[in-house]
Design a protein around this ligand. Structure first.
Ligand code: BES
Ligand code: MN
Ligand code: ZN
Length: 490
């Protein structure tokens, strides 16, 4: 855990001081000032070789004896003219990764725009995430060294206030990353419900339904997916009423398949371990609720997660089974590996019927096809409402959790008609696979303005990114926190 602090001067025990360099290279005013104490070494160092101050370009400079610090790190900020808080956040993340490699312990960041630099520190915090609880031995050389970061500015109070809000957001992102990283033998539906129940401490009203209650409600699709598992399926709702009682509700629904073997339509073995992250939609909803409650968001939000384990067994659902959903509509299960839409069909219908939200947004690692279409940099966005789609796209741009709109429509809808039931859980072979999943969900939202985010490609990263170490990304928490702030609190 890094301690993030604020001070009006560079602390004596800071061993590393950051000098911000715009492309050119050109020293920021704060770097100019530092360079006076440093006897001009910064200007000289960044003027050598290929250093240009490009975004993320780092240069370690040995601090002169006139300074208490050991080293100055010239951090390339790139083109500063068009800078956004997102750029600052990314730069913070890259800086932390760099100084951890150098062995820095206490890093000081001189600045004159405290509010902006809260975003820089937020990026550092996001990048500092680790999931170490299953390691019993680690070499010192593999451990991060930074224990303290000090932002140096005049108005420390303003900076602290801005950063406190971002700490709550990062806590939410970390909760999501923890849940998604957790192995499937420890995070099964009941345990997921227990973890979600801890949000009660923040004032969230949590309600858990078990299989008996869900069966009574007629949720044959959700319960059918979990019937092959020893673990009981759970439907969890988390209510945060931070707005006025009469204010409209936003509902956020997540796919929480704690492990997806494919069921009887078994997945191939290679890479199957990745399917522990098939609960990332539900993980996002839970982390989002944490972030909103922790910062006491002035909005009414309900999160609903459908938690099931998709296993083959003597009791598992078969290809060919027909299930009856809570809505009364029937679904022919052609492929037991298209289970997420079955879970969400009941979770979405339950949500719109129970909470009557103004809008409903679901997040799901729903299809491999969305990875084929969009890769891992943007999630798929499907919506029956152009305004909602535009608002989500804007929030995605602002937070760097981007969305790309994908089609729905009658012709795709026809593709999921079944010969013997109201619909089937797959569309045409090899055609528009992500839309086939989305369009089934659309049949369960009862005309409510709705958006479906297919996060199969964005929930997990195989390589380090600016603010995300490789592994669970926490995708969606920052996006929806922003969406709520701009559309429900403004
Ligand atoms: N959880 C998977 C989708 C997925 C695949 C997420 C890869 C992340 C990475 C989902 O349940 C699934 O298996 N979908 C099938 C649907 C098909 C059977 C219609 C798929 O995408 O292959
Ligand atoms: Mn599946
Ligand atoms: Zn799945």
């Amino acid at each position: 855990m890094i301690e993030f602090t604020f001070a009006s001067a560079i602390p004596d025990d800071a061993d590393t001081v950051i000098a911000a360099i715009a492309e050119g290279p050109k020293l920021f005013p704060t770097a100019e000032k530092l360079d006076q104490t440093a006897g001009g070494v910064i200007a000289r160092a960044v003027g050598t070789g290929r250093y240009k101050g490009k975004k993320g370009q780092m240069l370690d400079i040995l601090a002169p004896e006139s300074m208490k610090a050991e080293r100055i790190v010239a951090v390339g900020a790139g083109d500063y003219e068009a800078y956004t808080n997102l750029d600052r956040q990314n730069l913070g993340g890259m800086t932390l990764a760099h100084v951890n490699k150098s062995g820095a312990r206490h890093v000081a960041i001189p600045t004159n725009t405290p509010v902006d630099v809260a975003a820089f520190m937020h990026g550092m915090r996001l990048r500092s995430y680790r999931f170490d609880q299953y390691r019993t031995k680690q070499k010192d050389s593999d451990l991060p060294t930074v224990t303290k970061v000090t932002m140096v500015c005049d108005d420390t109070a303003a900076a602290e206030e801005k950063f406190a809000r971002l700490q709550n957001l990062a806590d939410g992102v970390f909760l999501t990353r923890d849940l998604v990283s957790e192995p499937p033998n420890t995070l099964f539906p009941e345990e997921f419900a227990n973890r979600a129940s801890e949000l009660a401490k923040l004032g969230v009203e949590v309600n858990v339904l078990g299989e008996a209650e869900m069966t009574k409600l007629g949720m044959g699709a959700l319960v059918g997916v979990g019937q092959g598992s020893e673990r009981e399926s759970k439907l969890v709702s988390m209510k945060w009423q931070g707005g006025a009682p009469g204010d409209p509700w936003l509902a956020v629904v997540g796919k929480g398949v704690t492990f997806d073997t494919g069921g009887i339509s078994l997945k191939p073995g290679a890479g199957m371990e990745e399917m522990k992250f098939d609960m990332a939609g539900a993980g996002c909803v839970t982390g989002l609720m944490h972030a909103l409650a922790a910062r006491k968001a002035k909005a009414n939000i309900v999160g609903v997660i459908g938690c099931v384990e998709n296993m083959p067994s003597h009791n598992a659902q078969r290809p060919g089974d027909v299930v009856t959903t809570m809505s009364g509509q029937t679904i022919e299960v052609i492929n037991t590996d298209a289970e997420g839409r079955l879970v969400l069909a009941d979770a979405l219908y339950y949500t719109v019927k129970t909470f009557k939200p103004k809008q409903v947004i679901d997040l799901a690692t729903l299809t491999g096809a969305i990875i084929v279409a969009l890769g891992s940099y943007q999630a798929g966005l499907f919506s029956n409402d152009d305004d909602l789609a535009a608002a989500l796209t804007a929030a995605g741009k602002a937070t760097g959790e981007e969305l790309w709109r994908m089609p729905l429509g009658d012709r795709y809808d026809k593709d999921i008609n079944s010969d013997i039931a109201d619909m089937k859980n797959v569309g045409k072979a090899r055609e528009a696979g992500s839309t086939a999943g989305a369009i089934l969900l659309q049949r369960f939202v009862e005309g409510t303005p709705w958006a479906h985010l297919d996060i199969a490609g964005t929930a997990w990263t195989k390589s380090d990114e600016a603010v995300t170490p490789k592994g669970a990304t926490g995708y969606g928490v920052r996006l929806l926190d922003r969406f709520v702030a701009d559309n429900y609190e403004a």
